[in-house]
Write a protein that binds this ligand. Structure first.
Ligand SMILES: *Cc1c(COP(=O)(O)O)cnc(C)c1O
Length: 448
């Protein structure tokens, strides 16, 4: 034995000077790389003590960069969504408009989030967004919080704590993850009173359940499922009449924030307010096309009570989101809905999609073909609705479709696609037209 083998361990400075590490240091900085190098050297020292030969410097450097890679690979990164799923839950639901992105950037520094430029005094967070919301919807009150789950939590906590809320058994929705109507009810301290049955609930079921502990009637849009066949659910306007008679408010969770018009059987805000809902709640980042937010509109006094409730502070919207929400509200108000990517993408004419798909397939060659397909709105909206679309189908000769899909994820920016029965499916509906060329390049690179 020629002395202690641990003394042959490279010095920290030597590891940090390794080209692979200096390269990563440019992105992640010295302190992080130093810490990871310290751990790698510790592991090497331990390995030597255990009788394993001393790893070469290159291996130690590789271990360091691998750890840093593992730590940072999951960060939020831009991707190209070529799945055709417009409100892709895992890809951040609604992509934001240019105006919203610019507004977010402007708000990111010092901004007038709670400052009144006219008086130089304190301003009220969200007051402009609330005013725009009232203009847009015609409702007397409006406010925005962190998301729709927070909006419900706030309303239930403020109006139904230790009291009863009546909901149809057909509407005890789970949206995904932790969001379930019975659970949020319990968390907010409200007592859920289920009425009716899974498929049929009648007006008299609600009437019979009303007593002096009743705080609220709640109607929830079953966003992500449909009950079909022998079904019944009273009209919101009839339930409003029951609620009025009982002297309690009716809250309508309309889900995805379609303002008016027709899209599948999505409820619209206009219908909900016209039916007399005291409060209507929806997500900002679904069909409304804005940032993550929970939007509440309706009766001015109720909304004011919500705004003053302590929970409101706990679920308040942050300045950057607020700026994006204002920009989104302005797009709706000024009739420029086409500036909102969600609405633009859902409305792309099939012929336009076909033209882009033809060009892409032509560039890709004989392994690609164009066909009609069915897309999805996504985000739990319109589960029963088929969105006719045009897709490019690729049957790669040299690689399996799963290998190609994962190679596409490793592109810069990553390209997310679907795979079906041995084929890679590309739907350009969700790709900004300016990025078609980039998608083409990445597909060409990964299919052989
Ligand atoms: C999506 C959805 C929610 C949850 O909204 P978040 O903004 O994600 O909290 C609640 N209720 C309904 C009916 C929904 O569709």
């Amino acid at each position: 034995m020629s002395g202690d083998p641990r003394r042959a361990l490279p010095k920290m400075d030597t590891v940090l000077a390794h080209p692979q590490i200096t390269e990563q240091m440019r992105t992640w900085g010295r302190p992080l790389l130093t810490e990871m190098a310290r751990r790698a050297l510790e592991d090497a020292r331990q390995a030597v003590l255990d009788g394993v030969p001393l790893p070469p410097l290159d291996d130690i450097a590789a271990a360091v960069t691998r750890t840093v890679e593992l730590l940072t690979v999951g960060r939020v990164q831009e991707v190209i969504n070529a799945t055709g799923v417009v409100l892709h839950t895992n890809l951040g639901r609604a992509p934001l408009s240019e105006a919203a992105r610019e507004a977010m950037l402007a708000a990111a520094g010092y901004s007038t989030v709670e400052f009144d430029l006219r008086t130089g005094g304190r301003g009220k967070r969200g007051s402009t967004a609330n005013a725009l919301l009232r203009e847009l919807t015609g409702a007397a009150g409006g406010m925005a919080v962190n998301n729709a789950a927070a909006a419900l939590f706030l309303a239930l906590g403020a109006f139904a704590r230790d009291r009863e809320v009546i909901v149809s058994r057909g509407e005890l929705v789970e949206i995904g993850g932790e969001f379930r109507i019975p659970a949020i009810m319990e968390a907010a301290g409200a007592r859920l009173v289920e009425v009716g049955s899974t498929n049929r609930t009648h007006l008299c079921d609600y009437v019979d359940a009303i007593n002096e502990r009743t705080a609220m009637l709640m109607v929830v849009h079953p966003s992500n499922y449909r009950i079909e066949g022998f079904t019944a659910q009273p009209a919101v306007s009839d339930l409003v009449a029951v609620a009025r008679e009982a002297g309690v408010p009716l809250l309508h969770d309309i889900g995805s924030g379609l303002l008016r018009g027709r899209m599948g059987d999505e409820p619209t805000l206009e219908e909900s307010l016209k039916a007399g809902a005291d409060l209507a709640v929806f997500s900002g980042d679904k069909l409304f096309g804005g940032p993550q937010a929970g939007i509440i509109v309706g009766d001015a006094i109720l909304v004011q009570k919500l705004a003053r409730h302590p929970i409101a502070r706990a679920v308040r919207i942050d300045k950057v989101t607020l700026a994006a929400l204002e920009a989104t509200l302005l797009a709706h108000l000024s009739g420029r809905q086409q500036d909102l990517p969600v609405l633009r993408m859902l409305g792309i004419p099939l012929e336009e999609l076909r033209g882009r798909a033809d060009r892409l397939a032509h560039e890709l060659g004989p392994q690609a073909s164009v066909r009609e397909g069915t897309g999805m709105v996504g985000g739990g909206s319109m589960p029963a609705e088929r969105l006719p679309t045009i897709v490019v189908e690729i049957k790669p000769h040299a690689v399996t479709e799963t290998a190609m899909v994962s190679r596409l994820r490793a592109c810069d920016p990553p390209v997310i696609v679907r795979a079906e029965r041995g084929r890679v499916i590309v739907d350009l509906r969700t790709v900004p037209p300016g990025q078609d060329a980039q998608v083409t390049t990445s597909l060409l690179k990964t299919m052989c």
